[in-house]
Design a protein around this ligand. Structure first.
Ligand SMILES: NC(=O)c1ccc[n+]([C@@H]2O[C@H](COP(=O)([O-])OP(=O)(O)OC[C@H]3O[C@@H](n4cnc5c(N)ncnc54)[C@H](OP(=O)(O)O)[C@@H]3O)[C@@H](O)[C@H]2O)c1
Length: 302
């Protein structure tokens, strides 16, 4: 069963698994099929959906919005997370000369209005700053967030891929708490486990959102020595805990961090989504968790 959880003290209630929509433009689904998928994960209690303005070259929010329009009763049953501050080089924005970040009030305002229009909704539950931006003025972000909150367009603010220092900086200018830091967590990327990011979130009882838990599928298809070692060990642990497949072991590995990450599922395949849900019943002990760490690193812990 997928539980509803508080993402942070004072933050919103979300589903403990989140459906990612980054790849929806690759799934080649009609609006009706997209609605069916949305209903399928909602029936299985995955009610939180993750978007970004830029996904699918600015098309994914629109694709989702088209499906949502087909059944208006669904809107009140889901929580929408979306992001802003990356400016892609795109034919849709021919005047841009370089991919860059923009965390100005003007851009955030504009991006939120675009996301609301594409998604066909009146408010966003959680808006994330997608990437740390060297030119971010924290006072300016705080003031535009208040404005958007007062206008009822955005309920909560969070960040993505921020270091603890960047998180603290922005938090220092806000009157309400940042509700999450959405970061990459999987057994081939240990950055956030080692740079203080997850420690900080644990300290504040803020739950991270974990993106690319399955390393974008690389753990299944890769053939380098690290991935081969990792797959062998994942298979071993799978047998030990009685899981059906190694993706379930990986989700259990991600969930084992004491900051209690909310995993974002990247697949649009309902069988794979169901497998992620089933993984919630598996818990790894310390030895199993560190066996996976050791296999990935190719050495024992110091
Ligand atoms: N904040 C950020 O910077 C950021 C960055 C990246 C992603 N995200 C968010 O995180 C979500 C998840 O990221 P992700 O899509 O990279 O997640 P992921 O779960 O690591 O990767 C999904 C990919 O793995 C494949 N896959 C899943 N299970 C598989 C299996 N058993 N065997 C072989 N391939 C398998 C999927 O293929 P199928 O589709 O064929 O199942 C899909 O291509 C995104 O949708 C997005 O919302 C956020």
């Amino acid at each position: 069963m997928v539980e509803r959880v508080l993402v942070s003290p004072g933050g919103p209630e979300l589903s403990e698994l989140i459906q990612g929509y980054w790849r929806v433009s690759e799934w080649d689904l009609t609006p009706q099929q997209r609605l069916t998928l949305l209903k399928q994960h909602l029936e299985r209690e995955i009610s939180t959906v993750d978007h970004a303005d830029i996904y699918g070259d600015y098309s994914c929010e629109q694709l989702f919005g088209e499906a949502l329009k087909l059944d208006k009763s669904i809107r009140s049953r889901i929580e929408v997370v979306t992001k802003c501050n990356i400016k892609l080089l795109s034919e849709k924005y021919p005047n841009r000369s370089v991919k860059h970040y923009d965390s100005s009030a003007q851009h955030i305002r504009h991006s939120v209005d675009n996301s609301l229009a594409r998604l066909g909704i009146e408010h966003i539950e959680v808006l994330l700053l997608h990437r740390p931006d060297a030119l971010m003025d924290a006072d300016e972000v705080a003031s535009v967030f208040l404005e958007l909150q007062k206008a009822g367009k955005v309920k909560h603010l969070g960040v993505s891929n921020f270091t603890p220092r960047q998180f603290e900086l922005l938090q220092s200018r806000l009157s309400s708490s940042l509700v999450t830091n959405q970061v990459e967590i999987n057994p081939i990327n240990f950055n956030v486990a080692e740079d203080g990011t997850l420690d900080q979130l644990q300290q504040y009882r803020i739950r991270p959102m974990a993106w690319s838990c399955l390393a974008g599928g690389k753990i299944f298809s890769g053939s380098d020595a690290q991935i081969l070692r990792l797959r062998t060990t994942l298979e071993m642990v799978k047998e030990e805990i009685g899981a059906n497949s190694i993706d379930q072991v990986i989700y259990a590995w991600v969930r084992r961090f004491p900051s209690k990450p909310l995993a974002i599922v990247g697949s649009g395949n309902i069988k794979r989504i169901e497998s992620a849900i089933e993984s919630l019943k598996f818990n790894l002990n310390n030895e199993q968790w560190y066996k996976i760490w050791t296999a990935s690193r190719g050495r024992e812990v110091p």
